[in-house]
Design a protein around this ligand. Sequence first.
Ligand code: G3P
Ligand code: CA
Length: 351
Amino acid sequence: MSITKNVALLASLFLCGCVVTVNDKVLVGKNRVVAWESKLVIAHRGASGYLPEHTIAAKAMAYAQGADYIEQDLVMTRDGEVVVLHDHHLDTVTDVRDVFPQRARADGRYYVIDFTLAELRQLAVSERFQEIDGERSAVFEDRFPLMQSSFGISTFAEEIELIQGLNKSTGRPVGIYPEIKSPAFHREEGKDISAAVLDILSTYGYTTMQDKVFLQCFDPFELQRIHAELLPAMNMAVPLVQLLGSGPDYEPLLTDEGLQQVAAYADGIGPSMFLIVGQESRASDLATTDLVERAHGLGLAVHPYTFRNDQLPAFVDDYEQLLRIYLDDLDVDGVFTDFPDLTVAFLESNL
Ligand code: G3P
Ligand code: CA
């Protein structure tokens, strides 16, 4: 939608008193309208196109590049600390195999939940790699070199303190976008990760719909539990985002009825970008779905993932074209990106 059309629509809706705001975004009845300048740049694992994901350095860079929100994937340690890592395994982003060679489980993997925070502090964090027969190779060839410099694992609290500290020193209000990872796995291991995450959010002042936070999870049952039980019990209400993958598990949530159920407990969806434009699309023939339109019709914000300058879908020639399709033509409300700088530049150059 053009800026002019947005402004005209918003003006008429303000006049009829139908507008409320959440997280500085504009909600119009059950139809959310997001002005171009309010579209969100969500730093996916930080500025992870440039520095190892989920390191404090990657988060500081994302902040400096102008991201609106910075993402934290969260898992738990043996001693109950919440740390910022994408996987509940350690072996694809750290030197755990070298430091604790005896601590793999029978499947050969090293689980965060088997280590204390003090032990995790001994590990070096690297750009993501795969390891075959002891040979490591980068997942993204042109990114930061493997096992270089000095990076470590941070707790969720430490990362919030970084972002809140920068908010104070720069005067710019950047939000957090935590994701609860594998709640069922954590429960089997005797941990309630959602309760632990909400405790930390409460400690740091993220307790209302107006605070700069979106709480995301792939597990719909856990999000419903958070909405119906945990948040009310803690006298909290923060915006929830239902993540949606491309696999068959998510098909029920993508039907009209499924999306209506999602809208009863969540404020937004975070779909794979290929649920909006089919991966098999060609530039001349985009297989576009109506997911954005249907979600907006239910008042749900739409924040697809993951926008990468170095891993473009076959249906675009460059990153700008990708952003134009999703942010402009299809009107999503924000994007998860490994390249916050390029995304901020795109939005600013089109204002
Ligand atoms: O949370 C949005 C996006 O990050 C989901 O994918 O696997 O990178 O956590 P993943
Ligand atoms: Ca995530």
